[in-house]
Design a protein around this ligand. Sequence first.
Ligand code: NAI
Ligand code: MG
Length: 366
Amino acid sequence: ANPSLLILAGDGIGPEVMAEVKKIITWMGDKRGLPFDVTEDLVGGAAYDAHGTPLTDATLAKAQEVDAVLLGAVGGPKYDVLDFSVKPERGLLRLRKEMDLFSNLRPAQCFDALADFSSLKRDVVAGLDIMIVRELTSGVYFGEPRGIFKEGNERVGINTQRYTESEIARVARSAFELARRRNNKVCSMEKANVMESGILWRDVVTEVHQKDYQDVELSHMYADAGAMQLCRWPKQFDVIVTDNLFGDLLSDAAAMLTGSLGMLPSASLGAPMANGRPKAMYEPVHGSAPDIAGQGKANPIACILSFAMALRYSFDLGDEATRVESAVEKVLADGVRTADLLGPEGGSPISTSAMGDAILAALDAS
Ligand code: NAI
Ligand code: MG
């Protein structure tokens, strides 16, 4: 059977950027002999409009069955008034939770042509290619007790950082597996100097490494020092593995080393399915961008690079993923730009679909 994909384009610019990914999926079938079975469905506001819920049980069931889910973006001002329980974002959160996608891969990759876009010096970022693996389903965002309580005559806000050994071990494994496909190097970040969960984190990562991954180079760093090193000399890292809270901060900071939100892909992986592939959802980091939706201005590259991650991590088509990434690099080197990739001095931006077509032309020439 062909590999299967569920496309959930969502709201705002989601369907616009996904249209460009669909062109590439078709190209893969026609020109590379790699056909995918694609199903499409609704998520977020679009699902709410049709069904009164941002994710139906039927859509969730499909997501659990396919080899990989590709998601565009959800949300928009039209839905801001809705009750929290049916907000578009809830559709996304439910997908992540029900699929138990505990390992969030956020690459920070700086294409040479965009190095001047970074807030750091060209030397520091040009050619940067690192990956932050963030634990996504546990830690301080989920731990109990949590809440705002009365204590004497004042209130106290409580969150609990809580990690079990198995939660740490599974995300550590996912980082080591990833490192084997890259440069065999992992840096684990926590704060074992001041946090019990950090001590356990360091212990368990070390145990998993000793047991099964001694071929991978492992180092440890306190997360605050790690933040500093990420800004000072990010190229010293390859794979960074860290918890939910530190990963949230470090991945946002690392992402901005590289320029526009319109360039950033992500993957969220879970446990292996019966066919050995991990449960997986791929999506751009950006949202539905209501300020530019419907105008053909959105940059489709983040979504296209998310599909490239699917090729690599769900379908073992690393060469095809590299082919797509190289086509993106070529187009950028040729000076092709959507509006978000132009500096204050301006220039002439091309449309979402023209960017998709330029990438297709580069693929054809590859
Ligand atoms: P956003 O990422 O949608 O937009 C932030 C800024 O970046 C905007 O100025 C936008 O035009 C620009 N931008 C984003 N993606 C772009 C692209 N591909 N090409 C060119 N420019 C791009 O974040 P914002 O404005 O905070 O949220 C808008 C809506 O999206 C909200 O409803 C929010 O809840 C939702 N959202 C959804 C996410 C998701 O589906 N994973 C993630 C973040 C926000
Ligand atoms: Mg964040």
